[in-house]
Write a protein that binds this ligand. Structure first.
Ligand code: TXA
Ligand code: MG
Length: 313
């Protein structure tokens, strides 16, 4: 409880607090304080025109940040908040351009992690929080990973354990007639369709301003490639490509000591939970490459497929 009070005090003074959420750790600042918001961009080395997600304690605060809240937006919030869903809505007039990247819209969500909710409730206002990594890198899913990424640039890191989901929230634009998924997450297009009974569009290349839609994003430093089949790939590797790591869902027996095999889960939720931490650990091992076997084409794997594609670009 003491650390929650400390976090609130730092936020009120315009400082930065790393906060655990159910998706990934966020780098939080008071969303109504422009001095504090600027610190987010410099800590992350993030371009100033990339919009931030505002986190709120509950649905009743939505009207402080957004206007023209459609029935679709309300239904999705009722169904999935608190949870890993970010809504894109028309921004309220008083919202800082630093939050929205000068756009007319705002991204907003109620996270589900008890620590994030406790901070939000005690703070009372909105907390702008991008993922707590340096720009372009893998999002942190543990407090130790935040420390590695941002260290001294953060005033306080709240440790809420490993994140439940391990990939960032689903972002859905609800400003038009039909919802558009801007970034897939563990809440799938189908789950959204079931709630709204409307077609759901997916627009990967929609907005250049969605930093997660830039080509090389969520990427390890080590060269990372995606392959269709490990059995087809393995006989063709040369000594120059070693040492390497191989991530596959199959249980393969690999005898070459220069190939570090990581067996990934067949369950999408478990796979997502583990992925970023595994990539982060492998990135420290001076490998020539990280080779990842592609995942199933079913919808529940959409977010993972998306992140694997970005990691390998
Ligand atoms: O799960 C998450 O969403 C995590 C946790 C901390 O909440 N946050 C996160 O933030 O992933 P960030 O900044 O790393 O990614 C947020 C994405 C960015 O790609 C940003 O461009 C997009 O949301 N975004 C924010 N506001 C937007 C807007 N008004 N229109 C379009 N995209 C927006
Ligand atoms: Mg991010």
């Amino acid at each position: 409880m003491q650390s929650i009070d400390k976090a609130v005090e730092i936020l009120r003074q315009g400082g930065l607090v790393a906060i655990p959420t159910e998706t990934v750790y966020g780098l939080g600042a008071d969303a109504s304080n422009e001095v504090a918001l600027r610190k987010i961009f410099s800590a992350k080395q993030r371009p100033i025109d990339h919009p931030l997600i505002v986190h709120i304690a509950d649905f009743s605060q939505l009207q402080d940040w957004a206007v023209e809240i459609s029935d679709s937006a309300s239904s999705l919030a009722q169904a999935f908040w608190p949870g890993p869903l970010t809504l894109i809505l028309k921004k309220a007039p008083n919202v800082s351009d630093l939050v929205t990247g000068n756009q007319a819209t705002i991204g907003i969500r109620v996270p589900r992690h008890p620590v994030a909710l406790a901070v939000l409730k005690a703070f009372g206002g909105g907390i702008a929080a991008p993922s707590a990594n340096r720009f372009g890198r893998i999002s942190p899913t543990t407090a130790a990973a935040v420390h590695e990424e941002l260290g001294g640039a953060v005033d306080l890191i709240l440790d809420g354990g490993p994140c439940e989901f391990g990939v960032e929230s689903t972002i859905v634009d609800v400003t038009g007639d039909n919802p558009v998924i801007l970034r897939p997450g563990m809440i799938t297009a189908n789950q959204i369709k079931v709630v709204l009974k409307k077609p759901v569009m997916t627009k990967q290349q929609n907005a250049p301003r969605v930093s997660g839609a830039l080509e090389s994003h969520y990427a390890p430093m080590t060269k990372t490639i995606l392959i269709e089949s490990a059995e087809d790939f393995l006989p063709k590797i040369s000594a120059l490509q070693l040492p390497m790591a191989l991530l596959s869902q199959k249980s393969l027996v690999i005898t070459n000591p220069k190939i570090q095999f990581v067996q990934m889960s067949n369950n999408a939720k478990n796979y997502a939970h583990d992925l970023y931490q595994i990539l982060r650990d492998l990135d420290k091992k001076q490998l020539q490459q990280i080779v990842i076997e592609s995942v199933p084409h079913e919808a529940e794997w959409d977010a993972i497929r998306d992140r694997l594609q970005r990691a390998s670009q």
